[in-house]
Design a protein around this ligand. Sequence first.
Ligand SMILES: *Cc1c(COP(=O)(O)O)cnc(C)c1O
Length: 458
Amino acid sequence: MNRKTTRRRFLESVGLAGAAVGLGRSRTLAGMLQEGKTPSVAMTETEKPALLGGKPVYSGTWPGWPRTSKSDEEAVMEALRAGRWYRSRSVPEFEEKYAALNQAKYCIATSSGTTALYTSLGALGVGPGDEVIVPPYTFMATVTVVLLHYALPVFVDSNRESFLMDPAKLEAAITPRTKAIIPVHIGGNVADMDRILAVAEKHKIPVVGDACQAHLAQWRGRSAGSWGTTGCYSFQLSKNLCSGEGGAILTNDEAAADACFAFHNCCRHRPNGRGAANYRFGRNGNFRMTELQGALLLSQMQGLEERAQLRSENAAHLSKLLRQIPGIHPAKEYEGCTRNAYHLYMFRYDPSQFAGMSREKFLRALRAEGVPAIAGYSPLNKAGFLLDALRSEPYVRVYGKKTIDQWPQRNECPENDKLCEEGCWLMHTVLLTTKEHMERIAAAVAKIHKHTALLAKA
Ligand SMILES: *Cc1c(COP(=O)(O)O)cnc(C)c1O
């Protein structure tokens, strides 16, 4: 498609949106975007960027989160009245249903996504002296759990286009001490599991998937969290399936299921499992989910599929529109990603296509137009808490001063540094709307692009 056709198609698509988003009858978005027309003194209120006092593209609201229903109330009250708040009925039922939903043999419900990851590493016997491979574009918990086991995190740089671990850089990070690899399906976009699992299998290293943002996401038609040794989910309030706090581990490996169950539940046997026979490391704790959480999750699972479909449809529409605006790059998916969960709608912003205007100003301008866009993660490999932990006395004792001193250099991720400067997000709730809302978002970005020279100066 040449530039002219691309442009025309975009103008057609958002020109239509012009009317829907209240851009006014006389000033359609197509009109606003006409080439060669610099903003004039006679610029209307509608046309003027909202950041400079103009009328916002959208002044309506966006959906809130979480969503509650009568069914949630009944489910929680029933669990409450039953009085057996310890895992007894709702939690095992949730485990069974969540495993089935994700085409996995086993599910172990936990108190959080963090404890699901922590339990997986504990069940694999990760400890001081071991290395665990992680990506740098993720929530801090992915690396927190490595630190809790006193293992050494080893970062593999991101692929900027996908926002995910660069599979081409994985093998070089493996050493004889590598005990686990944690690919993260960030924002619900699925890491390249074909290549990651191929490297992992070649070196016989278990893979613990962090699917905490990837409910119902799929790799080659199968749930993202069902690949690898275990896959971990979070049901924290912000997540696409939530119960305030909560988590789950999926696995198809019976020994891993027994070991995870024992680790998370004071070394007890998994019902019908082999328990201690499959768990040799002794360390354990209480990382159980409560019945109230289990009951709420069973109720919240209703509508999960419909919401996932709505997010996918709206995200596809939004990407189609945004890709036509110079300097806006929606996150790419790997070929095997058959379903993105879109916990986050992620895109990169290239200031060189916006007269050098900073990302922060772009985001402020976008929010002024009524679009709740925010900046993404900052580099995790440079986070203060992580460097503090590595310089702590126990770490220096285990790994030696030289290893710790050299750690920052060994873990540089230049692509991710750039990604962290460019990354922008919309939360998943923004996608629980309509096609017209997606057109409003695209119209707002196009409006900013059109007036970028003016905005950059202001
Ligand atoms: C939310 C999240 C976690 C941790 O889950 P909690 O339930 O908050 O403990 C881990 N990894 C990622 C990528 C997350 O988004």
